[in-house]
Design a protein around this ligand. Sequence first.
Ligand SMILES: [Zn+2]
Ligand SMILES: [Zn+2]
Length: 150
Amino acid sequence: MEDTASESPLAGRCHCGKVRYEAGGRTFNPTICHCADCRRVAGAPCVAWFSVERDGFRVIAGEMRLYASSARAERGFCADCGASLTFQAHDLPGEIDVTTASLDEPGRVPPADHTRTARRLPWMRFADGLPAYPGTREEGLAGADGSGQD
Ligand SMILES: [Zn+2]
Ligand SMILES: [Zn+2]
């Protein structure tokens, strides 16, 4: 749980630039997620995320489309270029996850751990020294089998 005090609000955009957002306030739970849902949605072996309070996130240009990636969550993306931008769990209405790599300055929010590593691709190797949780962070290092998905 890295809290980053930010001087200027974090800002980001999709690949084509039609959707732009600001993510203000404190950031928390920066992670690299290895779940199968993130992998499929992004077409990438894993996806870096951070969280902000829901009130701190706002789309400032364009329109972000929502996709129900599971029964418990919606993911925000650009309908033109397909870039993955947000993850919103229905049971956590007060917060929203944002893809770190869509930030204008991704280096400002480095990941603090890996999550759902039980689902990681077998050829993924970590040399960053960060904790790697098989399931969720809350389940801990000895945690569940990671069969749950985002
Ligand atoms: Zn776009
Ligand atoms: Zn995930």
